[in-house]
Design a binder for this molecule. Structure first.
Ligand SMILES: C[S@@+](CC[C@H](N)C(=O)[O-])C[C@H]1O[C@@H](n2cnc3c(N)ncnc32)[C@H](O)[C@@H]1O
Length: 307
C-alpha cells in the first residue's frame, strides 16, 4: 500500500479550527495515513495527546509510522469512530478538546486496486474499509433482491437509472469483479456527454452500504458532542451530499434551544443548544488545493463548538 501522495484535505483549515494546544486531548476518528493527526501532534507539543481510530488495519500501520515521533502521546486503535464513547471510557478520558472526522475512503484505499473501490481498475468486489464489516460489495450485488438493490443504488448513489441498473445486475449475476459490474452498468446507462462515469454513483452507493457509513456518522455525532469540553470543537470533512446533510442538520439542530417540542417530537425533553456553528457555510478547498489534489474538489468542512 502506498503512502498518501497528497497533503491531507483542508489541512490548514483543520489545524486552524481545532487550534490544538499543549496538554490538550484530541480525537482523530479517521486516521488514514495520519497526516491531519501529525499536524495535531505538532501543534499540541510537547504534551498534547491523541486518540486515533481507523477501521482499516493498513491505515493504522501507516499512521503508526507517520506518528512515530509522537509515540508516547498517541493511542491508536483499530475500531470504528461509532464506538467513540467506549474508546474514551477505555482510556479514562472524560472530555476532549477537539474531534476530527475526515469521512469516506482514503487515497491509499482508492489507489490499492485489489480493495475494489475504483471502477477504473479490475479487482474483486470488496469495498470494505476494514475486515470487521460483515458484507462485501459482492455479497450485496449477488444476494439482494432487485428491489433492494434499486433502492440502495437510488438512496446512497442518488442514481436516477437505479432501477435499470438493478435489473441488469440481477440478470447478469453472479458478479465477482469491478470490471464485470462496470460493464453491466455501462450496458444500460451509457456515458452521457462529459458527465461523470456511469458507474460512479453505483460504486458510491455500494461503498456506503458495505461500510454502513451514514449510520456510523449518525451514531458518532451525539457521542462527540457529549465528549467535548465546553469550547471544544468538532470538525467534519464530508465528500458527498448525503454525509454533509447529516452533519449540517445535526449541527443546526443542536445549535437551537428545544423549547416546547413540537407534537411529532413530544417525547423529547426541553434542552438548551449544545453547539454553536463556527461557519454556517461549509469551508471548501482552494483552487490551488484542488489543482494539486483533484479528489479534494467535493470536500466540505463543517465546524461546531461545544457551548
Ligand atoms: C479520508 S481518509 C482520512 C485521511 C486522514 N485524515 C489523513 O490525514 O491521512 C478516511 C479514513 O477513515 C477510515 N474510516 C472510514 N469509516 C470509518 C469508521 N466508521 N471508523 C473509523 N475509521 C473509518 C477509512 O478507513 C480511511 O482510512
Amino acid at each position: 500500500m502506498n503512502e498518501a501522495p497528497h497533503r491531507p484535505v483542508l489541512y490548514q483549515e483543520i489545524i486552524h479550527a481545532l487550534h490544538p494546544v499543549t496538554g490538550g486531548r484530541y480525537v482523530d476518528g479517521t486516521l488514514g495515513a495520519g497526516g491531519h493527526a501529525r499536524g495535531i501532534m505538532e501543534a499540541s507539543a510537547p504534551d498534547g495527546q491523541l486518540l486515533g481510530l481507523d477501521v482499516d488495519p493498513h491505515a493504522i500501520a501507516v499512521a503508526r509510522k507517520t506518528l512515530a515521533p509522537y509515540e508516547h502521546r498517541i493511542h491508536l486503535v483499530q475500531a470504528s469512530y461509532a464506538s467513540l464513547a467506549g474508546q474514551l471510557a477505555g482510556l479514562g478520558w472524560e472530555a476532549v478538546d477537539g474531534i476530527l472526522l475526515d469521512l469516506g475512503a482514503s487515497s491509499m484505499q482508492f489507489d490499492t486496486p485489489e480493495r475494489g473501490f475504483s471502477f477504473l481498475q479490475d479487482a474483486p468486489l470488496d469495498m470494505r474499509f476494514g475486515p470487521g464489516m460483515e458484507r462485501t460489495a459482492a455479497n450485496l450485488v449477488n444476494r439482494l433482491s432487485e428491489r433492494e438493490l434499486a433502492d440502495l443504488i437510488y438512496r446512497y448513489g442518488e442514481e436516477r437509472d437505479s432501477r435499470k441498473i438493478a435489473r441488469a445486475i440481477v440478470r447478469a449475476r453472479p458478479l465477482h469483479t469491478t470490471r464485470e459490474l462496470v460493464s453491466v452498468i455501462e450496458s444500460v446507462s451509457p456515458r452521457r456527454g462529459d458527465r461523470i462515469h456511469p458507474a460512479t454513483r453505483t460504486f458510491q452507493a455500494l461503498r456506503i452500504a458495505v461500510n454502513e457509513e451514514l449510520e456510523s456518522i449518525e451514531t458518532v455525532l451525539p457521542q462527540a458532542v457529549a465528549a467535548l469540553k465546553p469550547g471544544g470543537r468538532i470538525t467534519v470533512i464530508s465528500f458527498h451530499s448525503l454525509e454533509d446533510r447529516i452533519v449540517k442538520d445535526f449541527f443546526r439542530e443542536q445549535s437551537k434551544d428545544l423549547i416546547n417540542p413540537p407534537y411529532e417530537r413530544i417525547y423529547e425533553v426541553e434542552r438548551k443548544a449544545t453547539l454553536k456553528e463556527v461557519n454556517r457555510k461549509p469551508l471548501t478547498p482552494s483552487e490551488d488545493e484542488i489543482k494539486n489534489n483533484p479528489r479534494a474538489r467535493s470536500a466540505k468542512l463543517r465546524i461546531a463548538e461545544k457551548i
